[in-house]
Design a protein around this ligand. Structure first.
Ligand SMILES: Cc1ncc(COP(=O)(O)O)c(C=O)c1O
Length: 366
């Protein structure tokens, strides 16, 4: 007897599309027969690992054959002090994607609805649909979250709302008063997830520190990552800050040892390396300026961004431009999968990397 193993899968999973990751740079170099490719495609930190982090990782090799501290005790203690919350409110994840998945797992069931904006980060539909929940995608307003429309989309089946602030792939952001007024209006039985993966880049107060609101909103979940401003994307480290009650639930579904020893040690060292963080923010600000100016010179519309990337309207199908950039040794991210077929998302790199992209694009568009 033979079965269709796709049909045997959960209904939600049957309809899922796998996450589209780019090819490794070395493989592309081999395929295209070029070297020194610049990768501006995954919103990574162009500074590389900080020296303090490298040293912390090296020390971990001694005990590399042992399981990591399952509770991440020291990292949680350091984060608790930094964030001004109890360690009992912090859940560590193998990247923040891990905690986003855990949140979906503890609250969602197939009869629930999950609200997020059009052009929202792709992991929200993935983790929700895997459980079979219904996706409610609310049309965007000026490429960002339309909070009034999201409130209007709430029904008695709504269980969760995901908002990235700033949002990826659009870079749009929400200010504190609008976001707080929104959360106040959301019924308290609906979990509101504020994903602050890029929050460290925003230093002028234009986005709120929602961790400070946790005492007021028991249904609030805040997620952050070490993948961006702290430059630890390959180590996979993120966390959720919640009420102690929700943290307890997250701990029930968390895989034992979900965060490895190298990431735990790196997370503590990264928190201590203020110089690295400040440099990352400064490099991002000047690189962003460089990218914005290039758009102005090339007469291209862009979406003002509070993240470490700029999303640019090529005024035509962006795929051929993406491919030409690739052949000139620059990888950026086409975002047709986010229903933005004319846009390319360009991560902010080092000055020379940004320049390589600008020169290549100028040649292509001329
Ligand atoms: C908005 C947003 N949230 C979460 C993540 C996940 O980050 P990680 O799993 O690396 O912590 C990303 C990564 O690009 C992101 O853009």
């Amino acid at each position: 007897m033979s079965y269709d193993y796709v049909e045997l899968a959960n209904l939600g999973v049957q309809k899922l599309q796998p996450y589209m990751a780019g090819k490794p740079v070395s493989e592309l170099e081999r395929e295209l027969g070029i070297t020194n490719i610049v990768k501006l495609a995954s919103n990574e930190n162009p500074l590389g690992l900080s020296e303090k982090v490298k040293q912390a990782i090296e020390k971990e090799f001694t005990d590399g054959c042992r399981y990591p501290d399952a509770n991440g005790h020291y990292l949680k203690a350091a984060l608790s002090e930094r964030l001004g919350v109890s360690a009992k409110q912090i859940t560590l994840g193998n990247g923040s994607n891990d905690v986003l998945e855990m949140i979906a797992k503890i609250y969602l069931q197939p009869h629930h609805e999950v609200i997020f904006t059009q052009h929202a980060f792709c992991v929200y539909p993935i983790v929700s649909q895997a459980i079979g929940a219904t996706l409610v995608e609310v049309p965007a307003k000026e490429w960002g979250n339309d909070l009034d429309a999201m409130l209007a989309a709430i029904t008695d089946r709504t269980k969760m709302i995901f908002i990235a602030n700033p949002n990826n792939p659009t870079g749009t952001w929400l200010g504190g008063s609008a976001l707080k007024a929104f959360i106040k209006k959301v019924p308290a039985n609906i979990i509101v997830v504020i994903d602050e993966a890029y929050a460290e880049y925003v230093t002028d107060g234009s986005i709120p520190n929602t961790i400070e609101w946790l005492a007021d909103f028991e249904n609030l979940v805040v997620t952050r990552t070490y993948s961006k401003a702290y430059g630890l994307a390959s180590l996979r480290l993120g966390y959720a800050v919640t009420s102690e009650v929700i943290c307890g639930l997250l701990n029930r579904v968390r895989q034992p040892f979900n965060v490895n020893s190298f990431a735990l040690a790196a997370g503590i060292a990264a928190l201590d390396d203020e110089d690295y963080l400040q440099k990352a923010i400064a490099v991002n600000q000047s690189g962003m300026q460089q990218l914005v100016e290039s758009c102005q010179q090339l007469d291209l519309q862009y979406i003002p961004s509070a993240g470490n990337f700029l999303t640019i309207d090529m005024g035509q199908n962006a795929i051929p431009i993406y491919e030409k950039l690739l052949h000139k040794g620059v990888i950026v991210r086409p975002i047709a999968n986010y229903k933005m077929p004319n846009h390319l998302r360009v991560s902010v790199g080092l000055e020379t990397e940004n320049q390589k992209y600008i020169t290549a694009l100028t040649e292509i568009l001329r």
